[in-house]
Design a protein around this ligand. Sequence first.
Ligand code: ADP
Ligand code: ADP
Length: 229
Amino acid sequence: QGHVVFENVSFAYDERQPALRNISFTIPQGATVALVGPSGGGKSTILRLLFRFYDTQSGRILIDGQDISSVKQVSLRKAIGVVPQDTVLFNDTILYNIHYGRIDAPEDDVMKAAAAAQIHDRILTFPDGYDTKVGERGLRLSGGEKQRVAIARTILKNPPIILLDEATSALDTTTERHIQRALAEMTHGRTTLVIAHRLSTIVNADLILVIKDGQVVESGTHDELINHA
Ligand code: ADP
Ligand code: ADP
């Protein structure tokens, strides 16, 4: 589950300036794909359309052969986990935040669940100690900590498709590398779209799409693009 196709998709927030122009690409099931390119090129718009935050204005987006415009919003959102660039947390505990919307795992069971899932060790162990922080309220966390909570929530949700919009941008490079490795291992086999802001994010990708002026201007593996450049 998680084969994604964009087929001649166009979208404009403002009709004088299209954000995506007749864009087509395929993301094989289970692949990790990095979207790179200049700011304003259309990367975030691609993620927003896939999540149906907005609907396409022409063309189609298919997941496993099915046009997402005919998929129920709730099913789509179950199938897709999003880590946005600016995570907004509830002003409640970390445990509440990572379990929000999950009826199968009440907050008291979270310690067990989180520990079992390694999330606690690999994503949520903050420098000053996980145990003191889990009860901390969302608003009191740093930007990097919020990002880690959002990542933990998404891993726990375990959807077939994961969208990461510069999801590790607020982390220092050492922590970022650590979290990215954990993410790669824990989400292995899941279709992953990453908007990349640093080269380190791109190295792990199976495929890189260079997005510029609403189109794919180049695509290939890291080595292919480097050798080509
Ligand atoms: P990227 O993620 O590559 O920086 P975006 O997808 O955010 O690019 O933006 C593509 C184009 O759409 C840009 O011209 C941007 O200014 C415009 N845009 C993005 N979001 C909005 C929005 N919410 N309202 C209006 N224009 C937007
Ligand atoms: P990201 O930063 O993840 O690419 P943003 O939503 O922050 O996505 O916005 C991307 C670009 O779109 C930015 O250049 C921003 O200025 C522009 N943009 C975002 N929202 C709007 C909006 N409501 N109206 C006009 N431009 C917007």
